[in-house]
Design a protein around this ligand. Structure first.
Ligand code: GDP
Ligand code: MG
Length: 297
């Protein structure tokens, strides 16, 4: 069993000072309801494992607005503190609803930027809590032939404000061949509609071959095909997260069945620092310069 989520590998990624005082990471999930967003979040962060952990106390704050739900958990792993915030969208079904929800998500991102902007120019600049959204997983439905206009509109609403990572939800409903076709279709359409997705940094040429290989596999997996499960199954004495079907069992963390493992290690182990950096240097910077332009004109 995986007992911890793995961000303790972060000292390699993030400055020691940040590590000591703890750091924040906010993940937003967007896309139509029923695509497995909440299940994936639980699978990624082992929410049910954390629930019965007494040390450290997990503080959970639930903010319910009409369209979005914000949950924060303080997690500590091997002496490293992480404040994880999940911004979820409980319901968005039809196109009209989608527009409203996307507006709410977009507003949420702006409000966090604005708070940061105010804090940055205030008296307590040293102790700013960074509630900016560092990454948004956009769930694309596995049925259909590619992106729907609704998905295009939603992603275009968000892509300039946040690191947008497209994922194909409930990927266990497609065969490997279907999935590979679907992925190229989606990639082609993302390009066609000029949707700006999160760009992985170039791999350092000095890295060793194993690292380069892993980095390439990660980039090649976009859009990540994921399936999640809250169910722990036990087969032949081995415990894993999976889904049961008449034809067999899907082990959601197995690289053979989904890109979940890749997505998780990208988010938590390898690219968390870069997601935070790009949020600050690209998305926040765009917001900030727009604010300053407005203030000075
Ligand atoms: P959300 O509305 O996007 O948050 O979706 P939920 O996580 O609530 O899941 C909706 C339904 O789909 C539930 O019945 C889940 O058990 C099921 N589900 C979630 N993830 C998967 C998946 O990866 N594959 C399949 N086949 N079903 C899933
Ligand atoms: Mg949900």
């Amino acid at each position: 069993d995986r007992e911890y989520i793995g961000f303790a590998s972060l000292p390699d990624q993030i400055h020691r000072k940040t590590i000591k005082k703890g750091f924040e990471f906010t993940l937003m999930v967007a896309g139509e309801s029923g695509l497995g967003k909440s299940t994936l979040v639980n699978t990624l962060f082992l929410a049910d494992l954390y629930q019965d952990r007494v040390i450290p106390p997990v503080e959970e704050r639930l903010t319910k607005t009409t369209a979005i739900q914000v949950r924060t958990a303080d997690i500590e792993e091997m002496g490293i503190k992480l404040r994880l915030t999940i911004v979820d969208t409980p319901g968005f079904g039809d196109a009209l609803n989608s527009e409203e929800t996307c507006q709410a998500l977009s507003d949420y991102i702006d409000v966090q930027f604005k708070k940061y902007f105010q804090d940055e120019s205030g008296l307590h600049r040293k102790s700013i809590v960074d509630n900016r959204v560092h990454c948004c997983l956009y769930f694309i439905p596995p049925y259909g032939r590619g992106l729907r206009m609704l998905d295009v509109a939603a992603m275009r609403k968000l892509h300039k404000k946040v690191n947008l990572v497209p994922v194909i939800g409930k990927a266990d409903s497609l065969t490997t061949a279907e999935l590979s076709r679907f992925k190229s279709q989606v990639l082609q359409e993302l390009k066609q509609y000029e949707i700006q997705i999160y760009q992985f940094p170039e791999c350092d040429p000095d890295e060793d071959e194993a690292f380069k290989k892993q980095d390439k596999e990660l980039k090649d997996a976009v859009p990540f095909a994921v399936s999640g499960s809250c169910q722990i199954l036990e087969v032949n004495g081995r415990r894993f997260r999976g889904r049961i079907y008449p034809w067999g069992v899907v082990e959601v963390e197995s690289p053979l069945h989904s890109d979940l493992q890749k997505l998780r290690s990208m988010l938590i182990e390898t690219h968390l620092a870069d997601l935070r950096d790009q949020t600050h240097e690209i998305h926040y910077e765009a917001f900030r310069s727009a604010c300053i332009t407005r203030l000075t004109h």
